[in-house]
Design a protein around this ligand. Structure first.
Ligand code: DHB
Ligand code: FE
Length: 281
């Protein structure tokens, strides 16, 4: 039998993430003043120069770096590399003014326009989808406490083997991806299954770095969300499960205490309650 895990490769997930990024995410920044471009480029290069001097980097190491950078592109792993090791700081800077919900990184696997399920429903899943069933209730409010009716809660997450639909092979297109709209009181109810911890692909360039450095490749299990409402800032977040062995050493540095769920046993699975507070735009 062929399963997603037999044939999921870095080349496949990476190439898909690269294509997805190029089609959805690129917004021109050509109006950035040359002074800013110069400052940012110069300071990044100076940090590299400083590291070379401090550690007396050799020509062999320099050439290994060149070869590795080339392979990151060839494997389509720039989205993975940047989202794991850089995005968390961009997110921190972008949201430091907020009073509402904490957010965290988006990662490489969001796809817009997932199937709409109304205010209460199930995420599309396979017959016999593995994983503990979760019933998640919550309310979306503004920072002034008022309920936000018609807010959008987009959810996407890995399956119980740690794979994402549309990026790993042999998974139905919209599996474990859906969009919900809050009711007149700002409430939603979502039925899904608990995702597994996620290992970033280890068979490509990022995996080579991880093994050469003696790191691990794991992210704790997480639910991704984007929450939006007219007149409010878009919230991108992930929610985590207590007790996961990688909550304290997430390779993507994206766990925050405010994003921890508190699942309770419930008939046929677990119940979670978690709502969102959005900042006015
Ligand atoms: C990566 C994957 C994720 O699921 C995530 O949430 C963040 C980063 C990655 O492979 O880069
Ligand atoms: Fe993820």
């Amino acid at each position: 039998m062929t399963t997603a895990s037999d044939s999921a490769t870095a080349a496949a997930s990476g190439a898909n993430a690269t294509e997805r990024f190029k089609s959805d995410k690129l917004v021109g920044v050509e109006n950035t003043p040359p002074e800013r471009v110069s400052t940012l480029a110069r300071e990044v290069l100076e940090a590299v120069h400083e590291t070379i001097r401090k550690h007396k980097v050799t020509y062999d190491e320099y050439n290994a770096l060149k070869a590795w950078l080339i392979s990151v592109g060839e494997d389509g792993e720039w989205p993975l590399f940047l989202d794991v090791w850089v995005e968390h700081v961009v997110e921190e800077v972008a949201t430091e003014h907020r009073e509402g919900n904490k957010g965290t990184i988006e990662g490489p696997y969001y796809v817009p326009d997932a199937p709409e399920q109304g205010s209460s429903g199930s995420v599309p899943m396979r017959e016999n989808e593995s994983g503990t069933p979760l019933t998640w209730t919550g309310k979306v409010t503004s920072t002034n406490g008022s309920a936000l009716a018609g807010a959008k809660v987009e959810l996407w997450h890995a399956d119980a083997d740690g794979f994402y639909s549309q990026f790993a092979p042999n998974i139905p297109e919209w599996n474990l991806r859906a969009s919900f709209t809050t009711d007149a009181d700002g409430n939603f109810e979502i039925r899904t299954v608990r995702p597994a911890p996620y290992q970033i692909p280890t068979d490509g360039a990022c995996g080579k770095l991880i093994s050469a450095a003696g790191w691990h490749a794991w992210r704790p299990a997480h639910l991704h969300v984007k929450v939006s409402a007219p007149g409010h800032e878009l919230l991108t977040a992930q929610l985590y499960f207590p007790g996961d062995e990688h909550n304290d050493d997430d390779i993507a540095s994206a766990v925050k205490p405010e994003l921890m769920l508190a699942p309770k046993p419930a008939a046929g699975g677990e119940a979670i309650e978690y709502g969102f507070v959005l900042d006015p735009a």
